[in-house]
Write a protein that binds this ligand. Structure first.
Ligand code: FEC
Length: 316
């Protein structure tokens, strides 16, 4: 008889409809409803990117489906069947719903992974905490992948996207070596640094590995999408970085948002609309690498680390 292993695939989550934005935003703010002007501002941003369907929902659905297929094709694990369950941080099905569904389906052993390669206590750590608590309550033995930011297939997938866009710059008349590559990721409150959080270091390591694989030296790291709260967030922010590059007379910039794996608001709005508008005003030609979405190399990265984690769990 085949043994079924549950895989809880966790992602940020996005509203299901325009009417759902307020509840989603309230959840992000840990139960505090947004002010009307904050809600309007977020609704306007979604209106600018949503063409009938919220992109992150569609992308997460596709990633979960493709991951299950990849896991079950793997010849190293023919004795088990992997069944993937979705668990979202801020929308339905919530992380707890995914764990509950596993329990209803009789799953006793599971691995959890987040669709974000870098670990921070404030990001991946908080997904894992919620999943672990629910799994303990329901008697599921769960282990977790914390990060996979240097997996060779992940680096290969990002590197080929950087190369493709550097080719596009060359075709448009730019000199390859003069294009400044900006690796970026979601900012977090500055206080994580004092907590010894590995997030900034892991992001630098991913950036260095991609730069080394593509042979680029003209690059730097910058933050993006900082939250709208009173405390200081990690910087410099990409919009300030662009202004600085204009002062340095850099004309061509390629953004590689390596902290994200899907097309969603922080990429489709913050980079493709907001950053591109600023870049245009200051005469910078800005391009962005394509998102990984369901790239087979990304699916193989996830599958590989999940199988590795599951084996460690069963050997322990
Ligand atoms: O497309 C979509 O619908 C969702 C896009 C989306 C992604 C995402 C990823 C991350 N966030 C992270 C941290 C924070 C912290 C706060 C925060 C706030 C927001 C708001 C929206 C939002 N985030 Fe997000 N994030 C996405 C969307 N995020 C909308 C609320 C409005 C705003 O501030 O823009 C601040 C919470 C607070 O107020 O206390 C902190 C991190 C990631 C990347 C890792 C991951 O995917 O988990 C870190 C995608």
């Amino acid at each position: 008889m085949t043994n079924t292993v549950g895989v809880l695939v966790m992602s940020y989550g996005t509203p299901e409809s325009m009417e759902g934005i307020e509840a989603y935003y309230t959840h992000i703010r840990r139960g505090r409803p947004p002010e009307p002007e904050q809600l309007k501002e977020l609704t306007d941003r979604y209106e600018a990117i949503v063409g009938g369907v919220f992109p992150l929902r569609e992308n997460t659905d596709n990633q979960v489906k493709a991951l299950q297929e990849t896991l079950n094709r793997d010849e190293r694990t023919t004795e088990v069947e992997f069944r993937c369950y979705q668990g979202l941080k801020h929308a339905r099905p919530f992380i707890e719903d995914g764990v509950e569904q596993m329990a209803k389906d009789g799953i006793r052993t599971a691995v959890g992974i987040v669709l974000a390669p870098h670990y921070s206590t404030m990001s991946v750590g908080s997904y894992i905490k919620r999943a672990r608590e629910k799994a303990e309550e329901l008697g599921i033995q769960m282990s977790f992948v914390e990060s996979y930011h240097l997996h060779p297939k992940l680096i290969q997938a990002f590197a080929s996207r950087v190369n493709a866009k550097l080719d596009a710059f060359e075709e448009a008349g730019a000199k390859r070596g003069e294009v400044r590559v900006l690796f970026s990721a979601h900012s977090l409150p500055e206080r994580i640094v004092g907590m010894g959080d590995p997030y900034p270091q892991q992001l630098l390591e991913t950036s260095e590995a991609i730069a080394s694989r593509t042979g680029i030296s003209n690059w730097q790291f910058t933050w993006q999408s900082a939250g709208r709260t009173a405390e200081p967030w990690l910087g410099p922010d990409i919009l300030d970085t662009l202004q600085n590059l204009a002062r340095e007379q850099v004309e061509d910039v390629l953004v590689a948002p390596v902290g994200f794996v899907s097309d969603h608001l922080e990429v489709l709005y913050d980079l493709d609309i907001e950053a591109k508008t600023i870049a245009k005003e200051i005469d910078i030609r800005l391009m962005r690498i394509d998102s990984l979405n369901s790239d087979p190399l990304y699916m193989e990265t996830l599958s590989d680390v999940i199988i590795g984690r599951w084996r460690q769990g069963t050997d322990a």
